[in-house]
Design a protein around this ligand. Sequence first.
Ligand code: S3P
Length: 447
Amino acid sequence: MPSPKSFSPAGPLRGSIAIPGDKSISHRSLMLSALAIGESVIEGLLEGEDVHATAAALRAMGADIERGDGAVWRVHGVGVGGLLQPLTALEMGNSGTSTRLLMGLVASHAITATFVGDASLSKRPMARVSDPLSLMGASFTGTPGAAGAQCLPMMVRGACPAVPIAYRLPMASAQVKSAILLAGLNTPGITRVIEPVPTRDHSERMLKGFGADIEVDIGSDGIRTISIRGEGDLAPQHIIVPGDPSSAAFPIVAALITPGSEVTVTNVGMNPTRAGLFDILVQMGADLRFGNAREVGGEPVADITARHSAMTGIDVSPHIVPTMIDEFPILFVAAAMAQGITRTSGLDELRVKESDRLALMAKGLSAIGVQVEEQADGLTIHGRSGDPFGSGTAPPLIEAALDHRIAMSFAIAGLNTSGGLTVDDMAPVATSFPGFEAMLKQLGSGQ
Ligand code: S3P
């Protein structure tokens, strides 16, 4: 059921908040715990729909996963190679990460699984994982999508034993890298992924933490080669999941663009492969302060304080794109409030996320009076120098197209309109940021 919601001009946002656990780390912590022998304990797990989809699929393949008191999760794994044949299709909802990483796990087990998803996920390309996993011996029957894409529903028949490969990633994708490494866990010999452009490294860090035989080599040209030797055991772990920087981005940008605001977000993951947005905002003149830097569960974290700032548009280097791939929708909102022009490029991957994020952000920003030009791989945004959004007509209806980050970006923009706006469906926000609207309330947005 779509859940439309209106957002209107707000006073200053003030306060200190915690944000939900990191989505990428949450998926991986469940998957690796499900393959360890013995009980793993996970604290701070993101309790969003995407992560629940991963948990349900792992249960269907034999893992015992329970949520205990204090939101502490306990997982009894089946051991590497021990996943069981699921009896029904695996329901992935909106979650590309669940789908692609779990396909990696299934690919090297003697099981057959059918993956199904919602309307957004069913349009997303899957050949990026089925191509390398086919080289490892798995077979795939997908559903033809637009422009020849292979999409869900997709049946995966795993190979056991699978064949180790050395695979050079054709696009910067942590999901593809992780799918191959996870398949490599139950593959004899050494599976290698060659990564010309570094992407988030949570899989590598966590595989090491669980005792997998994994090595990362960085060549003199900066190219990373990740090698995993399969068929070793994983040892159960106690994992503490840090707050998700991709979720922290929303209250932080909200504070930066809303006059009089000062917001602190505690316990934000600061892994350098994820923190690009904060660098870009600082380059734009944002008043961001990073305090209490420490390590949580093998990942760097900090508390971030954001104060309302007059920001200036910049040219965003395409080199930084993988470190802030999910943050572009909210960066576009910040850029639209800055002074001057912000130019972005190298963003072709944004067209195959939960929605075509370049097209939808261009459309939504235009509807609230922003001058924006759409290129094949980026947007050029003419900032309004702090002038509230609005087109002078009735409050526009913004299409979120089942994309949580589009919905949250326009919710934040709505707080800075002259006459409000309506997001057509806030329901998908539950995939990654349950409590988003309660958080806005807590900060005094009056919504
Ligand atoms: C993710 C990787 C990114 C990101 C997604 C989560 C992950 O996707 O957009 O939200 O957990 O590995 P790609 O690797 O496809 O860029």
